[in-house]
Design a protein around this ligand. Structure first.
Ligand SMILES: [Zn+2]
Length: 269
């Protein structure tokens, strides 16, 4: 007796064309999106490395000079002070660097006073921290206690390293070397070099993220030791500003600076 099941089993089965495979385009998250991981560099200290002094400058915080107001309602002078303190602590913790600070606590030294302290020190380099304010800020994000409206301008995240390429040849070469080491280390760690246009203010270098100063900024032009400014991020980019509230961001940033300094000092011979 044929069972229904066996009849069904014996019927030839028409081949079924496979359904077309639809693959959505996969776009990897990019800094500063949530989910992008920063990768701290491996820091290798060469044998015989001698500890060096480095001057860390928290940008702004001078009389009449408070800096930008970011999308998280943080004033730039306050951000730079925290970022500089964390960076200085990390440099000190390596045992390979002694961090000198140009501004700490509630002090508001002028830039001339900062320069005088730098010149009186044994520092081999100056790194000044800032946050940028780029783009067309057109969406309010909050109000400060003082009643100021905070704005955001997303879509232009990223760091830049500013450097002066005019001056004595050896000093210019050392400045450029430091700026490029820093930009490469930061990009290698997962921070994004900003690829926009500063207009007449800065000219793009061959290394992404490095910009040559055309404004003759005081702290890029005046110190007798190599100096750079790192615009750590765009404070008007809300997502990026929030990433800079994470301890890990500061940690990887600091490690990148340490790796860059060691690489640059190795180049100096
Ligand atoms: Zn600034």
């Amino acid at each position: 007796m044929w069972s229904l099941l066996s009849l069904l089993a014996c019927r030839p089965v028409a081949p079924v064309a496979p359904a077309p495979l639809v693959v959505e385009e996969v776009v990897a998250p990019r800094w500063p999106e949530v989910g992008t991981l920063l990768r701290p560099p491996v820091i290798e200290v060469p044998a015989g490395f001698t500890p060096r002094e480095v001057f860390i400058v928290a940008g702004h915080g001078a009389p009449g000079n408070v800096g930008n107001l970011g999308s998280t309602c943080v004033r730039e002078q306050d951000f730079t002070l925290r970022a500089a303190d964390r960076l200085a602590r990390m440099l000190d913790a390596t045992g390979q660097f002694v961090a000198r600070r140009a501004r700490s606590g509630a002090a508001r030294p002028s830039y001339a006073a900062r320069l005088a302290r730098i010149e009186a020190s044994a520092a081999v380099a100056v790194i000044e921290l800032h946050s940028d304010a780029r783009g067309w800020a057109n969406a309010p994000t909050g109000v400060t206690d003082a009643g100021e409206v905070c704005w955001k301008a997303d879509h232009e995240p990223g760091f830049t390293v500013l450097v002066r390429d005019r001056g004595p040849d050896a000093l210019v070469a050392a400045r450029l070397g430091l700026a490029r080491q820093l930009a490469r280390a930061l990009a290698g760690a997962g921070f994004a070099p900003w690829a926009g246009d500063y207009g007449d203010a800065y000219e793009a270098d061959e290394v992404p993220g490095v910009w040559r100063d055309r404004r003759r900024l005081f702290m890029l032009d005046r110190p007798s030791v190599p100096s750079v400014i790192i615009e750590t991020h765009n404070a008007w980019d809300l997502q990026e500003a929030r990433r800079w509230e994470e301890g890990r961001t500061h940690d990887v940033f600091g490690r990148s600076v340490v790796a860059a300094l060691i690489g640059w000092l190795g180049e100096q011979g």
